[in-house]
Design a protein around this ligand. Structure first.
Ligand SMILES: [Fe+2]
Length: 163
């Protein structure tokens, strides 16, 4: 691979990583929804699936603004987070505990995305790429909201000791 010379090239690289991450999530979220017992949690995963499809589209718009073809570069971190999620799905646990584990896995995913979008947003800002920045900011807000919703659901599930 050619030596990266500019922050804009680094931004494109990071966006390719995120593009892969979001695509992996589009595949994983239906499985998470299926594995959830709590109705709110299941609905939350389904809603976030729709949002995630929008995140993929926003990244495609960002590539377009940067005159780059949308190209994914396998995000190993998301691969690992999703693998962990699959292990949880396979785990034998009572429904509440199983749901609590699913939330834990999903929040790790959200925090990873929040960190990644935070970085690309600040880079786009430095580069004066306002439109790209705004697109990414919208996604970041949805990731944050999702994370908060997961905490709310978690509080209702795990507030009492599970017998
Ligand atoms: Fe996302």
């Amino acid at each position: 691979m050619a030596t990266l010379q500019t922050l804009e090239e680094a931004l494109v690289e990071e966006l390719r990583d995120l593009y892969s991450a979001e695509q992996q999530l589009v595949e994983a979220l239906p499985k998470m929804a299926k594995a959830a017992t709590n109705k709110k949690l299941r609905a939350g995963f389904t809603e976030h699936l729709k949002q995630t499809e929008g995140h993929v589209e926003r990244l495609e718009q960002a590539f377009q603004l940067l005159n780059e073809k949308p190209k994914a570069q396998t995000c190993q971190a998301m691969k690992g987070l999703i693998r962990e999620g699959s292990e949880i799905i396979a785990e034998d646990a009572v429904p509440d505990v199983h749901d609590a584990f699913l939330i834990a896995a999903a929040q790790k995913v959200e925090h990873y995305e929040i960190a990644s979008y935070g970085t690309v947003i600040s880079w786009a800002e430095v580069l004066g790429l306002t439109e790209v920045r705004n697109l990414l900011e919208q996604t970041l807000e949805e990731e944050k909201e999702t994370n908060e919703k997961l905490t709310e659901i978690s509080d209702t599930i795990v507030h009492a000791p599970v017998a």
